[in-house]
Write a protein that binds this ligand. Structure first.
Ligand SMILES: Nc1nc2c(ncn2[C@@H]2O[C@H](COP(=O)(O)OP(=O)(O)O)[C@@H](O)[C@H]2O)c(=O)[nH]1
Ligand SMILES: [Mg+2]
Length: 335
């Protein structure tokens, strides 16, 4: 199972994003070829918890900060075929930036849990960015702190090439122009991730749960819009899927290359075998075992080629969606 890790301080919108995403994507989105992509948990209890949380919002209340951490797992299916299974944890509020001594152990577990992630998603609220742009010290520090957490990840991760995405939440608080300015501001603040020579894929996007949303003592005001609309909520998940598939593509390419090498080696063995005298081969005949090796490499080659073709097709489709909803940089180069 792939792991998608959520970074983000309290009230950055992580829990709300998870509830909205689960609700929107369980209904599915349609690709240009008519195929439907869905993201669903196969666990009835998780499904109920997600649904109840969404219902709370529908009924005009923001979810309360979670006092416990919850694990969720999801299957991503396209035309019913499972493309990816991923797990994510919604950590209890305040754990990531707690300075409480009592939290040290749980916090260490949290930092450790980020290891071996397939993707890192960094959540920053539009309100925080607005304050930071206005020179608010604490808001600036909050963004800075994410850089520190990323440094901590790099320190721990064996594979420091993990793709990352910055998700600006609550984008309904900003005008389209402010969203663009916020992206520029955050990219500058986290410029290490977007620099040349990193070999990593880094992306930035913005999401919202609706229009004119506000929180008045826990009451949700404004318009909640989380239907399967294009753009927005599904982008971080599509990005994750794209990254996981890119990895599968690499694996399949590697398997194909090594099967081709083995195939050529076996072909050489065969011609060597056939060039031996009939007398020698009478006592020690390798032809049939070599031929069966050749045919097994051959079937691996065609299997991997089919796999590659399919992955390529799906990735091309996801990419179209992705580039409409996110800025993606590979090794510092905008795609
Ligand atoms: N305007 C607006 N506010 C949001 C949105 N999503 C979340 N919020 C606000 O942000 C608060 C914290 O969100 P939450 O998901 O609990 O943050 P978490 O601590 O990172 O899990 C919510 O109570 C809402 O007031 C959004 O899409 N738009
Ligand atoms: Mg939360």
């Amino acid at each position: 199972m792939d792991k998608i890790s959520f970074y983000g301080l309290s009230r950055s919108g992580k829990s709300c994003y998870i509830f909205a995403m689960a609700q929107a994507l369980s209904q599915g989105i349609q690709f240009p070829d008519g195929q439907i992509l869905t993201v669903k948990t196969p666990d009835p209890r998780q499904m109920l918890r997600l649904y109840k949380a969404y219902e709370t919002m529908k009924n005009g209340q923001w979810p309360k900060g979670n006092i416990e951490s919850y694990d969720y797992n999801f299957n991503v299916r396209k035309a019913l075929e499972n493309l990816m299974s991923f797990g994510l944890t919604d950590f209890r509020g305040g754990l990531l930036d707690s300075m409480d001594e009592d939290d040290t152990e749980e916090q260490d577990k949290l930092f450790k849990s980020y290891e071996n992630s397939s993707v890192l998603l960094f959540f920053i609220g539009a309100d925080t960015i607005r304050d930071a742009r206005n020179g608010d010290f604490e808001a600036n520090f909050k963004i800075e702190y994410l850089n520190t957490l990323y440094g901590n990840y790099l320190d721990r991760a064996q594979d420091s090439k993990t793709p990352i995405m910055i998700v600006i939440t609550k984008s309904d608080m900003l005008s389209p122009q402010e969203i663009e300015q916020s992206k520029i501001f955050v990219k500058k603040k986290m410029q290490e991730m977007f620099g040349v020579g990193t070999q990593i894929t880094a992306a930035i996007t913005s999401v919202t749960l609706g229009r004119n949303l506000s929180n008045d003592n826990g009451e949700l005001e404004g318009e909640l819009i989380i239907g399967p609309t294009p753009g927005n909520i599904h982008i971080p998940i599509l990005f994750s899927l794209y990254c996981v598939m890119a990895k599968k593509l690499e694996e399949a390419t590697y398997n194909l290359r090594s099967a081709e090498t083995s195939y050529r080696g076996a072909q050489r063995d065969l011609s060597h075998e056939l060039s031996r005298s009939a007398f020698a081969r009478f006592f020690d005949d390798n032809e049939s075992s070599i031929r069966s090796r050749i045919s097994s490499y051959n079937s691996t080659i065609s299997e991997e080629k089919t796999k590659l073709l399919k992955i390529n097709e799906t990735m091309a489709m996801i990419k179209q969606y992705l580039l409409k909803g996110a800025e993606v940089y590979i090794n510092g180069q905008k795609q």
